[in-house]
Write a protein that binds this ligand. Structure first.
Ligand code: SF4
Length: 749
């Protein structure tokens, strides 16, 4: 049985090479005001005008902003004081949005590649020419090979309308990195267990204990989320961190479990077994709101503390300490669902375990637990559902796949033309070179197709492979996203908000928004009579109308509408819930999973051991970057110009390496990193593991700040593991050695 989940339903539950012509040269005359200047303190903002209605997109969290504008130029960004979510606070990346807005390297005009893919020569063309040529190529490909011969890689709020359009034209081959290389597996595991996708909605601010599994809050910075976390710690919540690395979160932990990578599920099984055998689980919640407890209990019974300790390479005492602390804190426990969760290709099982642990602790709908924030209802109008040709859906192999098609299925189908040809790739705000593991295969696919169209704000590694390159307005120059939510601290007076992204300044050059671009493309592809909205403003107004609001009304309200809300907690003594699972209960044992030939309760599946002489490469977030998207931002680059390689101090001593040495990496397939970085020698990482922040090492020479800075982890992640339930790509399955001064150094065990 396939899970058969529509994207809409899912979302409802979740909350250039040396030969090229430099882009900057194309626009030299018009951009004299955009030359990069050294950072100077901005001085007074007394003579500025305040513009409200901004919504940040330097990361996906979407904090509400105001802008200080002088002479039609944005000079400062701040949190919107009316926001009940981020308030006046924004993070370093949010602040540095101005540097994205005025980056001299930004895309300014439609461009045509008259060189080669990967080594482009850009010719400035008009929008008419760009759209005519793109539409003609796409129509020809779809006519010859079928509508499903077009693949789309979207990312971000502005890509939603293009996503709808291409799905409407008949292709299921749409792959969002935020699903298949990030959170999709988490959401599917929780949907299977609880019936809804959890987001990051755990009430850390009011928890007695917080469990972070590979989640490094502090390096992973999202403003209101950090406010919740820090409030919880301030209130005395005990913090447990499972991480092979002494992360920012581990440095604050009461218990840091330096767990062997890939064994988290075994650890969780032992914790759950201990809770059950000692009777320290929430019996009332389990009896009333869960199903399959008996089967679940039996499937955990092998997981003794000793077994887990050996499997996970941790002390037995830590297994007991963690279980006992969680048991003593129930139900007010935040078992954080995580965000980037595609690790080992066994992730559905681990995330099912996290969800089940949440359930047996009764940590749902209570202070500190998993909650479902209530936002306000928004209107809808879009391209409607796509009708796919029979048997063209590549995703059916993975019964619990998130919306869209697993990325690797699209890439392999492109390369093999089996079961059918995919002849056009479109990237919209996504950089598949750095989101998808094994760059060689991605580049091979990009070289194979008949047409590549890319829309973006900045030059990225993917833009080097475009035939037609379209410049998009940035999030500070456009309308698009409507956000609804509640106050950051669930224990405060319940309130709800609606905000819509509105431009803080006028766009420069020939940048357009996604609704305009898609509508113009649609007209040329023969879908002019099906266009659902005429402008992005109309789209936003339709969404707001459901709440009796409009852009004009929101502007008068400083960009944010507030009203009384509902508490996300169940009333005291009334903990009866109806879940949107098949059984209406939390499924500790899932018949639906069994029907698809997977274990009904979360199972530990061992991942490949680290070969002798290598260490496992793990990666994560930097607090001042949003992966590859911000590498060219001069303020952020100044804060963290490259990504040091974390290496265990004892290993480093045996290898003759010291802090600050420059090294490269080579992986198990003999693939070397393109660039070098510095070593960070530390006792705060296991000997079998090395760590890098992800997103560095861009290869596009049009990125005059970020190009070649640090190591691109994706260049050496050539081995990956597909999660069999969801099709998501586990990417912590590559192993590396270190190269110093041309010599390859083995990493001692
Ligand atoms: S957390 Fe930072 S980058 Fe993300 S939306 Fe908020 S201010 Fe912007």
């Amino acid at each position: 049985m396939s899970y058969n989940l529509t994207r809409r339903k899912f979302l409802q539950t979740a909350s250039l090479a040396a030969a090229s012509v430099p882009l900057a040269k194309i626009a030299r005359a018009e951009q004299s005001s955009l030359t990069r200047k050294p950072f100077t303190a901005p001085g007074s903002f007394a003579d500025t005008r305040t513009v409200s209605g901004g919504v940040c997109e330097m990361c996906f969290w979407r904090c509400q902003l105001i802008g200080k504008v002088r002479d039609n130029r944005l000079v400062k960004l701040e949190g919107n004081p009316k926001s009940i979510e981020n308030g006046k606070s924004i993070c370093a990346r949010g602040n540095a949005g101005i540097q994205l807005l005025y980056d001299p390297d930004r895309l300014k005009y439609p461009l045509k590649n008259v060189g080669k893919r990967g080594a482009p020569k850009w010719k400035r063309i008009s929008w008419e020419e760009a759209l005519d040529e793109s539409a003609e190529k796409l129509k020809t490909i779809q006519k010859k090979y079928g509508p499903h011969s077009v693949a789309l890689f979207p990312h971000g709020a502005s890509a939603f309308y293009p996503l709808q359009y291409f799905e409407f034209t008949g292709t299921p081959n749409i792959s969002e990195a935020s699903f298949y290389q990030c959170r999709g597996v988490r959401d599917m595991a929780y949907m299977t267990t609880f019936g809804f996708a959890p987001g990051e909605n755990v009430d850390m601010a009011n928890a007695k204990a917080i469990l972070l599994i590979g989640t490094h809050l502090g390096e992973n910075v999202h403003v209101s989320h950090l406010k919740q976390y820090l409030k919880g710690l301030e209130n005395g919540a005990k913090l447990i961190v499972l991480d092979p690395r002494f992360s920012a979160a581990a440095s604050k932990a009461d218990i840091w479990v330096a767990i062997k990578p890939g064994t988290d599920t075994a650890f969780l099984q032992a914790v759950m077994n201990r809770l059950i055998t000692t009777g320290k689980y929430d019996k009332e919640f389990v009896a009333r709101s869960c199903t399959g407890f008996q089967e679940f209990k039996e499937s955990m019974s092998h997981a003794t503390p000793e077994w887990a300790a050996e499997t996970c390479d941790v002390p037995v005492a830590q297994v007991l300490q963690v279980a006992d602390l969680l048991g003593a804190s129930l139900p007010n426990v935040s078992v954080h669902p995580g965000r980037h969760t595609t690790w080992y290709g066994t992730d559905f099982q681990r995330l099912r375990a996290q969800a089940c642990l949440t359930a047996i602790l009764g940590a749902y709908g209570v202070p500190g637990g998993l909650i479902r924030p209530k936002g306000m209802k928004l209107g809808k109008k879009g391209w409607g559902h796509g009708v796919f040709a029979e048997d063209c859906d590549l995703s059916t192999f993975w019964p619990f796949h998130p919306p869209g098609t697993p990325t690797d299925a699209i890439r392999e189908t492109t390369l093999t033309e089996k079961p059918y040809p995919i002849k056009a790739w479109i990237a919209w705000g996504q950089n598949p070179i750095q989101t998808i593991p094994d760059q060689r295969r991605t580049i091979e696919a990009l070289q194979k197709v008949d047409f590549v169209m890319v829309t973006d704000v900045m030059p990225m590694d993917i833009t080097m492979y475009a035939d037609i390159l379209l410049p998009e307005k940035s999030y500070l120059e456009r309308y698009d996203y409507v956000k609804t939510g509640m106050q950051w601290n669930p224990a405060d007076k319940p309130q709800q908000f609606i905000t819509a992204r509105m431009p803080l300044v006028e766009p420069m050059f020939e940048r357009k928004d996604s609704v305009w671009i898609i509508n113009e493309l649609a007209k040329r592809m023969g879908y002019g009579d099906k266009i659902p909205v005429n402008s992005i403003e109309e789209h936003v107004d339709i969404r707001l109308a459901e709440a009796k609001l409009s852009i004009a009304a929101l502007k008068k309200l400083d960009g944010i509408y507030l009203q009384d809300g509902k508490s996300p907690y169940a009333p005291a003594g009334k903990r009866e819930f109806e879940f949107e699972t098949d059984s209406g209960k939390v499924e500790l044992y899932s018949e639906q999973v069994v029907d698809n030939n997977f274990p009904g309760s979360p199972a530990y599946v061992a991942t490949e051991e680290v070969p002798a002489g290598f260490a496992r490469l793990v990666y994560g977030r930097s607090p001042v970057h949003s992966f590859s998207r911000t590498q060219n931002n001069s303020w952020l680059h100044h804060e963290m110009p490259e990504n040091p390689l974390w290496l265990n101090d004892q290993s480093a001593a045996k290898m003759g390496l010291k802090d600050g040495d420059r090294v490269m990496l080579i992986n198990q397939d003999g693939i070397q990193s393109r660039n070098s970085t510095v070593v960070k020698v530390t006792p705060g990482i296991r000997k079998d593991t090395v760590y890098l922040a992800h997103g560095y090492g861009a290869m596009n020479p049009e990125l005059t700040v970020g190009k070649g800075q640090g190591i691109d982890d994706q260049a050496v992640i050539t081995r990956f593991a597909i999660d069999p339930e969801t099709g998501a790509t586990g990417m912590r399955t590559s192993f590396v050695k270190v190269i110093k001064d041309g010599r390859t150094l083995e990493i001692p065990a």
